[in-house]
Ligand binder design. Sequence first.
Ligand code: G3P
Length: 477
Amino acid sequence: MTVVLSIDQGTSGTKAIVVGSAGETLAIAEAELRPRYGEGGVVEQDPRALLRSVLETGRRAVAEAGHPIDVVALANQGETVLAWDRGTGAPLSPAIVWQDRRAASVCAGLSEHAEWVAERTGLVLDSYFSAPKMAWLRGNVTTEGVVTTVDTWLLHHLTGEFVTDAATASRSLLTDVDTAAWDPELIGLFGLDDEPLPRIVACDEIIGTTRAFGVPTPVAGLIVDQQAALLAEACLDAGAAKCTFGTGAFLLANTGATAVRSTAGLTSSVAWRAAGQTAYCVDGQVYTAASAIRWIRDLGFIRTAGELDTVAARQADGTLCVPALAGLAAPWWRPDATATFTGMTLSTGPEHLVLAVLQGIAAQVATLCELVTGDLGTPLTRLRADGGLTRSRTLMQAQADLAQMPVDVYPSAHATPLGAAALARLALDPRMTLREAVGPWRPAAVYEPVWSAERAAEFRSTWTAVAEATVRKGDPT
Ligand SMILES: O=P(O)(O)OC[C@H](O)CO
């Protein structure tokens, strides 16, 4: 029996779970993290707090499980970067979170290269990805040490190794998506030629051992959190898609062994490299989902996210929201976009604003479902969903209504660490298939659309007009 300590180091928190061989959760420990938001698109985290949360939740989960662990897996937040000293491991900068928009200036300066960069990397030249942030850090914060994604820094602390996995590397704008290897031309474009870059490893590779959680234990099962959830939800065949409703909402669809070049403004990256194969996915992003809910909570509209369904109005009053509180990603790619509420009257209450935020998130995800369908060449007919916000019945019903497809809610709140745990199991038992490592699951709830196709289309066209107007507001005059 393989017991995995699987750690999900995310934007809003770190979760460590101990997973038994049948995928059962033996223990859970969580730590909340709060990024620092500042003017000018600043979203930062204290790297030491991230590391502390990994060590502390991992140790608590192991103690609670009361069972020796065989392997440690780590899922990471993808595009968040920091500068650090390779000798001491000390951070030399804050962690610049994927939501941070300050590197937009780097992308603007490279805009004439946008087309070939997209063709080579499968991504869009946008401040969301790691390389512009790395270049921004170099130009504005420090020329010392190394600049890497957070996973590399955490893994250095755990094992002493200098590595990243193929899925995380593919989110950088520094890899050729077809080979998933560092690309010297891209590295040169961002002025990062002199940077030592970590070795790219497979997601199911044993990269070293750690003593951080007791006796020396192998470390394997490294992957971006979104891709981990795609794997946990068994989206193993081309065409299967999931949306994780976390800090942001991220829709990923498996495209098999091919990295498609999106014609719709989505991005393509490595889903995982495991069992000797590389699988790809297309993805679309809603930058603020739970962070929009946290925002309305901080404004006092709700006391906790658990109140969403009781507070949200049963009927909309015409208020619409584009929750672009940290810019807009696919298909607009406008880091400068800001959030909008329209259609309010004197009778609009907090309940209408709460409903409008939930419908705004669902409308953005519905747009992504439509675009994914275009890229896959076959219609997306069902959506799998996970993440904390799937607890909101109002949101899930709005999702089914606006996307006009059933939504299957994943039964566990731990899709991301369960996906990383599956990769770790595979690492320890290479005779297993990926499908066996993941195992079957049944939805905890299925939301069927109750709105007619006409009603959904009408809502979406009004909402899209508001989103387009939001984007036009920032157009140069
Ligand atoms: O930390 P999460 O769970 O919000 O996910 C972050 C995404 O992977 C960013 O691309």
